[in-house]
Design a protein around this ligand. Structure first.
Ligand SMILES: Cc1cc2nc3c(=O)[nH]c(=O)nc-3n(C[C@H](O)[C@H](O)[C@H](O)COP(=O)(O)O)c2cc1C
Length: 447
């Protein structure tokens, strides 16, 4: 069996919105480069395929219910992902570096340039989590009042990726001859302009950098809607998923691989990585205790704030009473409806729903000993529910250290995970085939 792939969502001081109240968590860690370096290096010691930085282009201003605003550490003081990864590229040697950037707000020329630059800085370890964004607050930072409709955002994303892929191939692999003798730095016949003219973008090209050390940066995507899934199946190398049960994960996996095949691509060349939030203990009781202790830091008002994104303001509702109906006019409904379906099956109360989903952001929570967590990961991979996992840590670096110290060796013992890096680039870590340059006739004019 091929080995599993592991990524780390390394945002800030972890995903627990009140994690900063734990005395062991560094309060200003999210904006301290030493903290980020330490996290990336622990992930590299754990031989992770990559670290990944999620990102949104606006603060969450939601103050429903009143008093929630100002309590959430999420996004409130953190680095811009591409610049942070540029710094981390210099203190790591193997681990992949994936940043989020939105095609809704940025021009593809800029994006293609930045990611290719990160790829050169890191020796072929860059990846781009392509998002289309979803919030009006983000649009309001880029000259608009409201976010574009989803179908238009994905149309734009498709064209942006077409431009980026084109720009990344403007220079043939051997274009830079740097021939001192004859005085040619590059061979103009091996440089091609893009001259893209589309509905959303006009881009002449080329970029001012050679081709990527790994062919092109790796593309990650996490679409959940019909438009999003179609886009991911067309272009992504990594597809993130939110699945809390193996059965659901299996059907998502099978459906995604079928979509990839329908696009004329090899399903094995796209890695499906559901999120997993591990809580590791030396016994099941210790792990449960750890999890309950994390929840004690959680202010109920923050729990309700998170739920208000899907249900509207729940002020006045009985926290230990039944769940209301979903508001379909609010964004990110796909993830909420998955959690809600499970909540309804289990007869959860409002409190149970936010406690189950807030720290993990709706991802699967695996609580237990290293053996129990490894069992679960093994089963998901062997049953065709995942190619690996995107580890979502509650607290950083604590949750990562626990995972790397205890779960990684268990996975290695079972021959499910690498025991050393056998390659240098992210594309190679993921076992993806090399990107062949386009076939060109050399009479095409260069620049
Ligand atoms: C693991 C994961 C990470 C994501 N990271 C981001 C992010 O950093 N920024 C963002 O705007 N959206 C992010 N998303 C949202 C997705 O890009 C996507 O919009 C969402 O899953 C809903 O799918 P849809 O766009 O097809 O409706 C993420 C989703 C998942 C599952």
């Amino acid at each position: 069996m091929s080995k599993m792939h592991l990524g780390l969502s390394m945002r800030g001081i972890g995903y627990h919105p009140s994690g900063w109240r734990d005395p062991e968590v560094q309060l200003d860690g999210a904006i301290d480069i030493a903290h980020s370096i330490s996290v990336a290096q622990i992930a590299e010691q754990g031989l992770f395929d990559f670290v990944f930085l999620a990102d949104q282009s606006a603060l969450n201003f939601n103050d429903e219910p009143k008093g929630a605003f100002g309590r959430n550490q999420e996004g409130a003081g953190e680095f811009e992902p591409i610049t942070l990864l540029a710094a981390l590229s210099q203190v790591t040697t193997h681990i992949g570096l994936i940043a989020t950037a939105s095609t809704t707000f940025h021009q593809p020329y800029q994006l293609a340039r930045k990611f290719l630059s990160l790829d050169h800085l890191s020796g072929g370890r860059a990846g781009w989590n392509v998002v289309t964004s979803s919030r009006n607050a983000e649009a309001q930072n880029f000259g608009a009042d409201a976010i574009l409709p989803k179908n238009e955002r994905y149309e734009r994303a498709k064209e942006a990726i077409e431009v980026a892929f084109g720009l990344w191939e403007c220079w043939e692999p051997d274009a830079y001859i740097r021939d001192r003798q004859n005085g040619f730095f590059f061979d103009p016949a091996k440089l091609h302009r893009l001259d893209h003219k589309g509905l959303n973008f006009r881009v002449r090209g080329p970029l001012t950098m050679p081709r990527s050390p790994q062919g092109r940066p790796v593309i990650a995507q996490a679409g959940a809607s019909a438009d999003g899934l179609d886009f991911a199946a067309s272009v992504a190398d990594i597809i993130y998923a939110v699945q809390t049960r193996m059965e659901g994960a299996k059907s998502f996996y099978t459906d995604t691989k079928a979509r990839v095949l329908a696009k004329g691509r090899n399903p094995a060349d796209v890695k499906v990585l559901p999120g997993l939030l591990p809580v590791v203990g030396s016994t099941m009781e210790e792990a449960q205790r750890k999890y309950r202790a994390m929840l004690t830091h959680l202010d109920p008002v923050l729990g309700l704030e998170r739920l208000s994104r899907f249900f509207g303001d729940l002020t006045g509702c009985d926290l230990d009473g039944p769940l209301p109906d979903l508001r379909t006019d609010l964004p990110l409904v796909s993830r909420a409806s998955l959690n809600l379906r499970i909540a309804r099956e289990q007869n959860w109360t409002i409190r149970q729903l936010y406690e189950e989903t807030i720290i993990s952001h709706g991802h699967h929570v695996a609580i237990g000993t290293p053996e129990i967590i490894a069992d679960e990961m093994q089963t998901w991979v062997q049953q065709g529910a995942a190619d690996g996992f995107n580890i979502v840590p509650a607290l950083l670096p604590q949750s990562l250290t626990d995972f790397v110290t205890h779960v990684v060796p268990e996975l290695q013992r079972r021959n499910l995970f690498r025991t050393e890096y056998s390659a240098k680039t992210l594309r190679e870590h993921l076992g993806l085939p090399a990107i062949k340059p386009p076939n060109r006739s050399h009479h095409e004019s260069g620049e």
